[in-house]
Ligand binder design. Structure first.
Ligand code: SF4
Ligand code: SF4
Length: 348
């Protein structure tokens, strides 16, 4: 039976591993942390009365199946350190528990080592560091949403310690900026900020919520995200990029330039949520050198030949920013390309 190595146990890697094992292929899933799921483990449901289609529901089932599958060998806290051979005959050197060990040869590989959040990058902190009660990274708000089911605090469901009256979502943070080393759009933050704003407005009905934006990304699962839709949901918006943040006892003062008038304005808010650009994964350079891939101008991987030739397929945000649904789709796509070369049932 053929064996495939999947490197990265986030959504793309897990979706690929599930499809491969379901077609009878042996899979070795190599994950650098102690568990599957990647960044998505921290995300919480944003449904209010209705589902906001964040696609997190896709996640649990896939991760559970991969976790329980006996056909998928899981190597946790493991990293690929070397790769020798060619399509149909690769040997991977894996580091586990501080020791290098060769594992069995594999026929093909799927690389799905994901992205780095802007908040994890040195120099990513804005002037007022997140971690104060007034400034949260979007992923920190995700964690509060994730934990809320265990809390019975109806008045302050997110346990902020105060009832927020005004919140601003700072968009394109860590994206669309040469200074932030990311000229690209991260594709997901408009959607999740919109969902979070709707959720917060349900929790705190008097809340005044606004998006401070450079651009509005209208793709993904919220096809009709538009200024009109924001207005319908009672969410404000301002075309600007803040210049300065100052925390006072009564709140956070944001100084910004209103791009429609060119005037410098100030606003006081209770809470500022920072979107987090999706930057290239820390291992992209390593893979580029090891596998003879190109890095594009933004640092994402670009293969010089098709996976069918090289035996190495790419999945998920290793090639660029994308949503949960994109990650699942590209993981499945990589798996199907491998399966289709092996007569459908995985047997050659
Ligand atoms: S909001 Fe997301 S996690 Fe919640 S029910 Fe909808 S798809 Fe599932
Ligand atoms: S998805 Fe929206 S917030 Fe994120 S970088 Fe693109 S335009 Fe900016």
């Amino acid at each position: 039976m053929r064996k495939i190595a999947v490197v990265g146990g986030g959504m793309a890697g897990s979706a690929a591993a599930r499809e491969l094992s379901a077609r009878g292929l042996q899979v070795v899933l190599i994950e650098k942390t102690k568990e599957l799921g990647g960044n998505i483990r921290e995300y919480g449901c944003k449904a209010t009365e209705i589902c906001t289609k964040c696609n997190l529901c896709l996640v649990d089932q896939i991760l559970q199946e991969v976790q329980e599958s006996k056909q998928i060998k899981k190597l946790y806290e493991s990293k690929v350190r070397d790769l020798r051979g060619q399509a149909g005959h690769f040997t991977l050197t894996i580091e586990r528990d501080g020791r290098l060990e060769d594992i069995e040869e594999v026929d093909q590989l799927i690389l799905a080592t994901g992205f780095t959040k802007w908040s994890q990058i040195e120099g990513g902190l804005p002037e007022v560091p997140p971690g104060t009660s007034r400034v949260l990274w979007a992923s920190e708000l995700e964690e509060l949403l994730l934990e809320r089911k265990d809390r019975g605090n109806i008045e302050d469901p997110l346990s902020l310690g105060y009832i927020p009256e005004k919140v601003v979502f700072l968009q394109c943070n860590g994206s669309r900026s040469i200074k932030e080393r990311a000229r690209f759009c991260s594709r997901v933050c408009c959607g999740y900020s919109f969902r979070m704003a709707m959720t917060l407005k349900k929790f705190y009905p008097e809340l005044d919520a606004s998006l401070f934006f450079i651009d509005l990304q209208t793709g993904g699962n919220i096809q009709d995200l538009s200024f009109r839709r924001l207005e319908q949901e009672g969410i404000g918006y301002m075309n600007c990029k803040p210049i300065k943040l100052k925390e006072t006892e009564s709140g956070l003062i944001i100084t910004y330039e209103d791009r429609s008038t060119g005037k410098i304005e100030e606003v006081q808010v209770d809470l500022l949520i920072l979107s987090e650009g999706m930057h290239p994964g820390a291992q992209n350079q390593f893979w580029a050198e090891l596998c003879n891939f190109q890095l594009d101008d933004d640092g994402f991987l670009y293969p010089l030949e098709e996976g069918e030739e090289s035996g190495i397929f790419l999945a998920g945000s290793i090639t660029g920013p994308g949503s949960i649904a994109d990650a699942v789709k590209s993981g499945k796509n990589a798996a199907y390309r491998i399966i289709s070369r092996q007569g459908g049932d995985g047997n050659v």
